[in-house]
Design a protein around this ligand. Structure first.
Ligand code: MG
Length: 282
């Protein structure tokens, strides 16, 4: 998107002049390198002529075709289904939870995927207990621990006040949800999460923070939030270096929160190939 925006801005600036002018636009490759190295891309010069098609010289691979699921909550063809209502065999401690009528109910301990994931898209559905017990953090508490470290809170926050950066759909103790879009206790709710893992260099230094976007019941509640680090109950957020992939955890916090339809897609950026004659149109 940033690349497209820079193209549009560059074009607009040139159009203001109304004549053929020299413009500077960062190439996609230069932008990619800059992103990984944290340096400013070298601008590439080209001669702008009104009405003449601009060609970037970047050769993108064709995005692969993925068959979507029959509804927006159904797993698309390239998703890894982590719970389809039958078993939790893809989770460590999955046998500790109760599976009945296509639903998994949290019990005894948290569960953790056997596979590891980095950048990803997660879909899951949850419901807090229909019979309300407790209040604040003690009511319908669970959580989605991305990479086992970054909690998107699950809580019954329907007419149940708690600290705002700990209510449902918060990035725990880091950022409240933009709105409270919780359904009533016992009703099924959806989370769709887009996660970009933080990056660490060989010296274990943070080179790029993690980012989280969350839609709850189809509403954006976290908009590309920049993580301050791991989410903790008893200390401030802080990054602890880790690898590019780690398991996804679901928390057991003493409450019988139910889950269904859990799937994940790994996000892999598509890579451009710079043509040998990559000079943009003149
Ligand atoms: Mg929790």
């Amino acid at each position: 998107m940033k690349f497209v925006r820079s193209l549009l801005m560059g074009g607009a600036m040139a159009a203001v002049g109304g004549l053929a002018v020299w413009c500077s636009l960062p190439s996609a490759m230069a932008q990619k390198e800059a992103k990984s190295e944290g340096t400013k891309p070298e601008p590439k010069k080209f001669e702008f002529k009104p009405g003449q098609e601009y060609k970037s010289g970047v050769e993108w691979p064709e995005p692969k075709v993925v068959t979507p699921g029959p509804t927006s909550v159904s797993p698309p063809a390239d998703a890894i289904v982590l719970f389809d209502g039958t078993d939790l065999s893809k989770w460590k401690n999955g046998d500790k939870w109760i599976i009945k009528d296509g639903e998994a109910t949290a019990a005894k301990t948290g569960i953790s995927t056997k596979d590891s994931f980095g950048d990803c898209q997660i879909h899951l559905e949850f419901a807090s207990p229909a019979v309300v017990k407790g209040n604040g953090q003690g009511r319908g508490n669970s959580g989605v621990y991305i990479m086992g470290r970054y909690e998107v809170q699950i809580l019954d926050s329907y007419e149940n006040k708690t600290y705002f950066d700990g209510q449902c759909a918060s990035l725990y103790k880091q950022h409240p949800p933009l709105v409270n879009v919780c359904r009533k206790p016992g009703e099924w709710q959806t989370y769709d999460i887009i996660f970009e893992s933080p990056r660490f260099d060989a010296d274990k230094k943070l080179t790029r923070p993690g980012y989280v976007t969350v839609l709850q019941n189809g509403v954006i509640v976290q908009n590309h939030f920049e993580l301050h680090g791991g989410t903790f109950f008893d200390r401030p957020a802080a990054y602890v270096p880790h690898g590019p992939k780690a398991p996804l955890d679901l928390q057991f916090h003493g409450d019988a929160v139910k889950f269904r339809n859990i799937w994940i897609r790994e996000l892999v950026d598509i890579q451009p190939v710079m043509k040998k004659d990559a000079e943009p149109a003149k």
